[in-house]
Design a protein around this ligand. Sequence first.
Ligand SMILES: [Zn+2]
Length: 220
Amino acid sequence: MSDPKTIISEMCQNFYRLGWVSGTGGGISIRRDDRIYMAPSGVEKEKIRPEDCYVLDLEGNVQEGPANPNLKLTECAPLFLSAYELRNAGAVLHSHSANVVLMTMLARRIDEELSVLEFTQLEMIKGILGHGYYDTFELPVVDNTPRECELTESLRKAMERFPDSPAVAVRNHGIYVWGPDEVKAKTQAECIDYICEVYWKMRSAGIDSHISARPQPASV
Ligand SMILES: [Zn+2]
């Protein structure tokens, strides 16, 4: 398997082109056994080199820092660690996808700190692990906080309440997405971004998703 630091550097460039990590936002981390590799914070993500990445243990202690002393560990670190701990993730991504941000504004509130978005009958829902075409993909949405690290508690609660979702979105902010490895985490992020874009456009065009979709056959 390729060097995780090199993969992080390449993914940062790809996600930058998608607008997911522009303006120094977002983050990427990958686990290999008992080590977690993480992109640094507050820098132009498209310029991150493999040697700029941090290496942490599973408790979040820095085992190896970048050679450049001006780099900082991301405030997302406790959030990434939550997905490794609670979901046994192999990789966790944080994107500021505009499609997701727009959809979070439409999320239905279910309690003081948690909302939910529901998606169904789109081909790309089959790309969400454990979901079929007729399933409803429930994406939890937590409220944003002034500092990213303050999201940790609500994110962990959302993970526990929605065990079938490979992601937790943050209202007006972005999304944390994970998977058993970096390829799956990336495809989950791509599917969710696509689904949010289609739903937002349907909504903007006045199309009701439940009316447009065909009813589920009785035999399924
Ligand atoms: Zn963020």
